[in-house]
Design a protein around this ligand. Structure first.
Ligand SMILES: [Zn+2]
Length: 706
C-alpha cells in the first residue's frame, strides 16, 4: 500500500499541469483568499507570469535553469503539440501566479513596477523568480505533506488490514520464528490413501518409522464405516460419521433428490448438496485462517465464499515429487503479515494434501504384492522429502505434520467370491449402492422383509458375508443407519470377500478356469477389521510430547478436532471427542507394549470352506463395542499370508479427474476478487461492525444429516 501511495505521488509529480491543478486544488482555501483580489490585478498577474515565463525560458543559468529543465522535458516530450503545450504552460503559470499572489500578497506583484526598465525588469524578474521559487518550494512542500499524509493513511490501512487478517479467535497461539520469517500455527496434513497400519512394519518406511519415533501416534487409527475413500476423507475433514455428513459411500442413491452420487464423476459428485457438515477448510477460512487443499476428496465443492484459498484439482497421474514441490511452494509464500503477501493468498496455515498412489496400487496389485512395496516406499520417500524441506527451512519445530490414511486394504481371491444372483434376483432391485458392500433398494418397498428373509436364508451356509436391515439390526458401532441415503438392506462381505453380479463374472466359471479376481485388493469392509486399519502420526509444536509417544487407537472422527486445535481454530460440534493435547499412554518402545501386529490376510478358501481368518481384536476404545468379524459357526484357520498374483490391470477406487491449470484470465479475476474481498473485509472489519455478525456464525450447526 505504501508503494501505491508512492506511485500516486510519483504519477502526480510527473503529470502535466492539469494534474498539478488537481493536486493544488485542495489548497482552494488559500485560493479563495486570492480570488478576492480585483479582476484587474488578477489578469495582470497572469500576463506578468506569461511574460516572466517566456523570459525565463530563454535563460540558461540560475533561476532559468529551473524552468529550462521543465521546458526541456515538455518540449522533448511533445514537440508536435504546441497548442496543447501552451495550454499546459498557461495552466501551470496560472497556478504559479495564483500561488504567487495569494501567498505573498498583492503588494509584491505590483503593477506599479516599471516594465520598461531593464534594471527594474531584472529586479522584478529576480523578485518574481524568488517568489516563484518560494511558491514552488511551498507547492512541493504541500505535495510532500499530502503525500506523507496519503502514505500514512495507506500504511495505517495496511496495518489495519494485516491486523484484521491475522486475527482469529485463538491467536494467542504465538507466532514462531524460523530465523527469517514468523509463522502462525501451521499444520501440514497428508493423507496416504489406502496405507494400511501394518505397512509400517515391512521395513519399507524409514521416514515414517522415524516419524513415529519422533512424534506421537496410536498403533493404528480406525476408519469409519464404510471403509472407503470418499466417506472417510470427508469424515477426516469434518469429524462426522458418514451417516452424519451424508457422503455415505463412494456411490449411493438419494431417494429424495432422485439422484445418484458417483465419486469419480465430478458432474455428479461436486454438487454441494451431497456434502453435509463443515469441512475443516471452511471452518478455518471462516475464522480468517487460510487453507490450501491439494486434491482432497470433497475440497473442490464450493457452496459459498468460505472455500479454501488454494484448491488443487484432482490429478491422479501427478508424480509424488510434484506434491512435495507444491507443499513447499505453499509454505514459502509470504505469511499474512509479511510484506509482499497477497491479501487473499498469503501462506496457508493448513495444507491438506491427498496421495492416491498406495490405494491405487493396492487395488491393482494387492496389499501383499511385490509391486506395492515400491509404492509404499515411494510414499515414504515423499513424506521424507517434505520433512527434509521443513528441516532446510528450519521449520521442523515450527510446522506441525500429521500423516493419516483413510483405510487399509484386504487381498481378494476368486475363492472368496459370492455370486449376487445366489442371494437375490437383481431384477427385483431398483438401485444397488456401494461396493464391495451392497446396499439394496427393492423396486417395491413392500418386498423388503421378504427379500431380507430370503437373503438371510440363502446365506445360511455362506461364511463370507453379513446381512443387515438398516432400521433393524445394523450394528450400532457402524453408525450407519441415521440417513435416508443409506439403503434399507445391506449385504456386507467380510474382509477379503467380494460379491459379484453375473454380468461381472460367473463365479463357478472363474473357479473352474482358475481366473484371477480383480481388483486384487479391496477395502470398504467392517471398519474395525484389522485389515482396514489406518494410520495417524503427528509431530510438531502442537504435539509437545515425549518422542515416540503412544496414544490409544482412536477412530478418524477425531482428526478434525485435532487439526483444528493444532492451528488454533474453533471446531464446530462433531462426533469426535479428543482434543489437544493428546494424552499418551506410554511409548511405542515400552517393554509392556504389545508387539506390532500384522493382521492376517484372508486365506484362499474352497467353496463352502471356513471364512477368512481374523487376527486379534483391536484395542478397545470408547466406541468400539465388539469386533464383528467371524460368523458364529466359523473356525478360523491359522492365518497365512496369501501370495500376490501377477500384475494385472484392474479397476481402481481412486477418484479420477483432470487438472485444469489456472488461466491468466482466471488469475486476473482472482486478483480482482481478492481486491474486492480486501475492501469488503476492511469495510466490514473497521466501519460496519459486520465482523461480529460473521463470528456469530460459528455457532451455527448444519442440521442436515445429523
Ligand atoms: Zn481405494
Amino acid at each position: 500500500m505504501p508503494t501505491s501511495a508512492r506511485e500516486t505521488i510519483g504519477r502526480r509529480r510527473d503529470s502535466d499541469s492539469a494534474d498539478e491543478r488537481t493536486l493544488i486544488d485542495p489548497l482552494s482555501d488559500d485560493e479563495r483568499y486570492g480570488s478576492e483580489v480585483s479582476d484587474g490585478d488578477y489578469d495582470h498577474d497572469i500576463l506578468e507570469s506569461e511574460d516572466e515565463r517566456e523570459r525565463l525560458l530563454t535563460q540558461e543559468d540560475g533561476l532559468g535553469g529551473l524552468f529550462n529543465k521543465k521546458g526541456g522535458r515538455i518540449g522533448n516530450k511533445d514537440s508536435n503539440a504546441p497548442t496543447k503545450k501552451r495550454v499546459k504552460r498557461g495552466h501551470n503559470d496560472e497556478s504559479s501566479a495564483l500561488m504567487y499572489e495569494m501567498e505573498e500578497g498583492a503588494g509584491i506583484s505590483t503593477p506599479t513596477l516599471d516594465r520598461g526598465s531593464i534594471e527594474s525588469d531584472e529586479r522584478r524578474l529576480m523578485a518574481a523568480g524568488a517568489h516563484r521559487q518560494t511558491g514552488r518550494k511551498r507547492t512541493w512542500r504541500r505535495v510532500g505533506i499530502y503525500g506523507g499524509v496519503l502514505g500514512l493513511f495507506f500504511a495505517l490501512l495496511f496495518a489495519a488490514y494485516r491486523a484484521s487478517k491475522s486475527e482469529h479467535p485463538k491467536d494467542a497461539t504465538a507466532m514462531l520464528s524460523n530465523g527469517t520469517h514468523l509463522f502462525a500455527s501451521t499444520t501440514i496434513l497428508i493423507s496416504l490413501d489406502g496405507f494400511r497400519a501394518d505397512f509400517l512394519y515391512r521395513g519399507l518406511t524409514p521416514t515414517l518409522n522415524k516419524f513415529v519415533a519422533e512424534g506421537i501416534s496410536p498403533k493404528y487409527m480406525r476408519p469409519s464405516f464404510p471403509s472407503v475413500t470418499f466417506p472417510n476423507h470427508f469424515t477426516l475433514a469434518t469429524g462426522l460419521y458418514p451417516e452424519a455428513h451424508g457422503v455415505v459411500g463412494n456411490t449411493f442413491w438419494d431417494e429424495d433428490l432422485q439422484k445418484e452420487f458417483y465419486y469419480t464423476d465430478p458432474e455428479r459428485s461436486l454438487q454441494p448438496y451431497w456434502w453435509g457438515g463443515e469441512p475443516i477448510w471452511r471452518t478455518a477460512e471462516r475464522q480468517h485462517v487460510r487453507v490450501a487443499v491439494h486434491m482432497w476428496p470433497g475440497s473442490e465443492v464450493h457452496s459459498d465464499e468460505f472455500h479454501p484459498a488454494y484448491v488443487d484439482k484432482y490429478n491422479g497421474s501427478e508424480v509424488l515429487p510434484r506434491k512435495v514441490d507444491r507443499v513447499m511452494e505453499l509454505l514459502d509464500r509470504p505469511g499474512p503479515i509479511d510484506v509482499g503477501a497477497l491479501s487473499d493468498k498469503p501462506r496457508p496455515q493448513l495444507i491438506a494434501a491427498y496421495v492416491p498412489n498406495v490405494d491405487s496400487d493396492g487395488h491393482k496389485y494387492g496389499p501383499n504384492s511385490t509391486e506395492i512395496r515400491q509404492t509404499i516406499n515411494d510414499a515414504d520417500t515423499m513424506v521424507g522429502d517434505i520433512l527434509k524441506g521443513l528441516e532446510e527451512r528450519n521449520l521442523t519445530d515450527i510446522v506441525n505434520v500429521v500423516v493419516v490414511s483413510d483405510h487399509g486394504m484386504a487381498t481378494t481371491d476368486t475363492s472368496r467370491l459370492i455370486q449376487l444372483e445366489d442371494l437375490v434376483d437383481p431384477t427385483e432391485i431398483e438401485h444397488i449402492d456401494g461396493w464391495p458392500h451392497f446396499g439394496l433398494r427393492p423396486k417395491k418397498l413392500s418386498d423388503l422383509e421378504r427379500l431380507h428373509k430370503q437373503i438371510v436364508e440363502r446365506a445360511r451356509n455362506m461364511t463370507g458375508l453379513e446381512v443387515y436391515l438398516r432400521d433393524k439390526d445394523m450394528p450400532e458401532r457402524y453408525h450407519f443407519s441415521q440417513n435416508e441415503r443409506i439403503a434399507p438392506l445391506w449385504i456386507i462381505p467380510k474382509a477379503g470377500w467380494a460379491v459379484i453380479a453375473k454380468a461381472d463374472g460367473d463365479v463357478q466359471e472363474m473357479l473352474k478356469n482358475g481366473d484371477a479376481y480383480h481388483p486384487r485388493g479391496v477395502h470398504g469392509y467392517d471398519h474395525e477389521h484389522p485389515l482396514m486399519r489406518a494410520i495417524f502420526i503427528a509431530r510438531g509444536p502442537a504435539f509437545p510430547h515425549t518422542p515416540n509417544s503412544r496414544v490409544e487407537p482412536f477412530q478418524n472422527i477425531e482428526v478434525y478436532n485435532i487439526i483444528c486445535d493444532s492451528i488454533g481454530i474453533t471446531p464446530l460440534a462433531n462426533n469426535g471427542t479428543l482434543r489437544l493435547p493428546l494424552k499418551p499412554v506410554g511409548l511405542h518402545s515400552d517393554e509392556d507394549n504389545l508387539p506390532d501386529e500384522t493382521p492376517a490376510d484372508p486365506v484362499p478358501v474352497s467353496v463352502s470352506s471356513p471364512s477368512p481368518s481374523s487376527s486379534p481384536s483391536p484395542s478397545p476404545s470408547a466406541d468400539a463395542i465388539e469386533i464383528h468379524v467371524d460368523p458364529p459357526s466359523s473356525a478360523s484357520p491359522a492365518p497365512q499370508p496369501s501370495n500376490a498374483a501377477s500384475p494385472v490391470t484392474a479397476s481402481s477406487a481412486a477418484p479420477t479427474g483432470t487438472h485444469a491449470p489456472e488461466t491468466w484470465w482466471q488469475g486476473l479475476t482472482h486478483l480482482a476478487e481478492g481486491a474486492q474481498e480486501w475492501v469488503d473485509n476492511f469495510l466490514k472489519d473497521h466501519f460496519t461492525g459486520l465482523k461480529n455478525g460473521k463470528e456469530g456464525e460459528e455457532n451455527e450447526r448444519p442440521q442436515e444429516h445429523r
